[in-house]
Each structure stands twice: as structure tokens, then as C-alpha cells.
Design a protein. Structure first.
Length: 375
């Protein structure tokens, strides 16, 4: 182990030409070593004196969400593997990791094909710098890479030939550059509150952070996860006076689905405050216990354009006003069936769903269910 070496993480960002996809997401061990040699040549031009540091590269193409996760597991794994290899066994201090018999040397270095469709792919690399040089090298990386960090023609050509794709750009970025770029991208699509949560999870996981969604839903980061109030209870307090409450509530759920998808991709759990975190792709907001004097509960589906089944409500029919037991929110595309199973099991009701055709709110702005007429 080289405890005196400080890791300076970075990426080679590949912007694919329109419609292009790489033939695969992983390089073989020999291909990774060839790419690492080319990248090391580029860096010697961009960062004179870089030879004093070790260079390590993972021969795999990732999406940004895979690299920006709490603890930075891809970079951490790359660093651990690089430190295990004695410098005398690496060519010029350059080490690369690719597949052997079809397998990467560690699971965190295996890209997830679910995120393979984006227009930018990222190859992670790092410099392991002597302690007395690390601060200066990091500072130079922040200036030189973003300013003039275009990859050399030989490097780009190797990647295009090896992976059968055309590139618009191939550029070196520090990990901080990648963080800044992602921040800008999320802000551009009105997800700045979400980035506030992610930034806390990535950079200051020991601190609490708060933000408001664009529709006012409070977000609270603490202890590695993001909490929100129960949407129905929050909206009944905050949203009843809006001009079109049902439309506003559906908009809040649409935004919540965006947040949930990105938080899941970045491996940051989402939960309802007071409820345990879970990764099932749905949230359940308990409201009341069942009343044994009332009929058996039923499940009602609130529907909205663009959302399909926006929410499920479990309720017992009661004269004048239904007794609401719980609301369920399917957030992931495949979450509706397991949510329905959970609600049916927890509240001893049939799986049959009564579609409402709209988002049904009561006079107070609370998510509701039909009630029998009074006679």
C-alpha cells in the first residue's frame, strides 16, 4: 500500500455523435491498457511533471449518475485496486483495469446497462500523487483540464475504432468539473432543489440540508437519505387554496417521480418522514387504522394525464365521507403491481382497483375517495 499517495479523481468525457451508441461498455484488459497509455501521453502534455504521479484508469463507460454516488464507489474501487499493484510492475506508473474472460475485476467497475442510453459516456481515471505534490496537481487539474483538456486525436481515434462509434468531443474533466457540469444540467431542467440534496449526500453527508421543490414540497437530507412529508397531508395544509388544486397535486406527484428516479439512480434513498426508507419504487402514506364497524376497505386509483395512476387510496366506505386509511404513490415505472400487493396485504382488501378517472380531492384539498350518498 502507498499510504503517502493522494488520489486525484477525474474522467474522460465522451460526447457521442447524434444517434451513436458504443458497441459495448467495457474494454478488455489489453484495450484498457492501450487506452491508459494514450491518456497518459495526453496528460503529460496538459500537466507537465505529471510523471511523478501514478496513473490508473478503469476501462469502462459510465453514465454520470453511476459515478456520482455517496462514497464515490467507482473511484474508490479504482483507487483500491491501483494501490494494490506495486509501481515496479506497471509500465511508467500506468495501470489499467479491463475485463478478463468477460469480467471486470470488481463489481463497482461494471457499468449498468440501464443508464447506457445517454449522449455522454464517462471513463473514470485518477492520478495517485505524492503527498507533497497533490495540492498543486489538483489545482492545476481544475484549471488545465476544463480550459484545454481536449483528448488527443490518437486517443479519440482509438476509442472510436475500438467501440465502433463516432464522437463529437472527448474531453478530460476533474471530478469537481463533473459535479459542476451535473449541477448546471439539473438546474437547466428545473431540478435545482434535487441537486441541493444530491450535493449534500455526495460532499457533506454528515450535515443536514433542506430545500423546497418547485411546487413547494419540502425536501430534507439527513443521515444518508432524503425525507419528504406525506404528500397528501402536506398538500391539504399547503395547496387547498390554489386555483386548480387537483392539477397542482398531480404536478407535485409528477415532480416527485422525477426526484425519485434521479435519487434512485444516484443511490440516495427517499422516504416519507416518520417511515422507513425503502427501495421498492413506491411510497405509502398511512392515515388511519381501519374501523371494524365499517365495511371492508377498497382501493381507488387517482388518474392524471401524463401520470396514469398517480396515486392509490385505501378507504372504507362510510355514509357521507369515506374513511381514508392510506395513500400509495407509485414512483418507478414498474412499482404499481408491488404497491398494490403491499396495500392489499396490509389493509386486508381485494386487489381490484376502482379507477376514478381523475385526482379526487375533498373540500379541504385532501386526497379522498368516493362515499355513499346520504339518504
Amino acid at each position: 500500500m502507498n499510504e503517502s499517495l493522494i488520489a486525484c479523481p477525474a474522467v474522460l468525457a465522451l460526447e457521442l455523435a447524434a444517434g451513436e451508441v458504443p458497441a459495448r461498455l467495457e474494454l478488455t484488459r489489453d484495450e484498457a491498457q492501450a487506452l491508459a497509455t494514450l491518456v497518459a501521453d495526453d496528460l503529460r502534455t496538459l500537466l507537465p511533471g505529471v510523471e511523478a504521479s501514478r496513473f490508473a484508469l478503469a476501462g469502462a463507460l459510465f453514465d454520470g449518475v453511476e459515478l456520482l454516488r455517496p462514497g464515490f464507489p467507482v473511484f474508490t474501487t479504482l483507487e483500491e485496486l491501483a494501490r494494490r499493484i506495486p509501481r515496479v510492475t506497471t509500465a511508467g506508473g500506468v495501470v489499467a483495469f479491463g475485463t478478463h474472460d468477460g469480467h471486470m475485476p470488481a463489481q463497482p467497475l461494471v457499468p449498468d446497462t440501464r443508464y447506457a442510453g445517454g449522449p455522454m459516456r464517462l471513463v473514470p481515471w485518477m492520478l495517485l500523487a505524492p503527498e507533497d505534490l497533490a495540492a498543486e496537481l489538483t489545482a492545476r487539474m481544475e484549471v488545465e483540464l476544463v480550459g484545454r483538456g481536449e483528448a488527443g486525436a490518437a486517443t479519440a481515434d482509438f476509442l472510436m475504432r475500438t467501440l465502433g462509434m463516432r464522437l463529437e468531443h472527448a474531453r478530460y474533466l476533474s471530478r469537481d468539473d463533473l459535479l459542476a457540469l451535473t449541477c448546471v444540467q439539473y438546474e437547466h431542467v428545473n431540478l435545482a432543489p434535487l441537486w441541493t440534496m444530491l450535493e449534500a449526500a455526495l460532499l457533506t453527508p454528515y450535515k443536514e440540508e433542506t430545500a423546497l421543490g418547485s411546487r413547494g414540497l419540502p425536501l430534507h437530507y439527513a443521515e444518508g437519505r432524503v425525507g419528504i412529508p406525506g404528500p397528501a397531508a402536506w398538500f391539504a395544509r399547503a395547496g387547498a387554496q390554489r386555483e386548480n388544486p387537483a392539477h397542482e397535486f398531480a404536478g407535485t406527484l409528477f415532480e416527485l417521480r422525477q426526484y425519485a428516479a434521479l435519487l434512485a439512480a444516484h443511490h440516495v434513498p427517499l422516504h416519507l418522514q416518520g417511515q422507513p426508507a425503502q427501495t421498492a419504487g413506491y411510497l405509502i402514506e398511512p392515515v388511519a387504522d381501519a374501523d371494524p364497524a365499517l365495511p371492508a376497505p377498497a382501493i381507488y386509483a387517482h388518474e392524471a394525464p401524463g401520470l396514469g395512476m398517480a396515486a392509490l387510496t385505501v378507504a372504507q366506505p362510510a355514509a357521507g365521507k369515506a374513511r381514508i386509511l392510506a395513500h400509495g404513490y407509485p414512483l418507478a415505472p414498474d412499482a404499481l403491481a408491488p404497491l398494490l400487493d403491499t396495500l392489499a396485504g396490509r389493509y386486508a382488501t381485494e386487489h381490484e382497483v376502482h379507477a376514478l378517472g381523475r385526482v379526487l380531492l375533498d373540500a379541504d384539498g385532501a386526497l379522498s375517495a368516493p362515499a355513499p350518498s346520504l339518504h
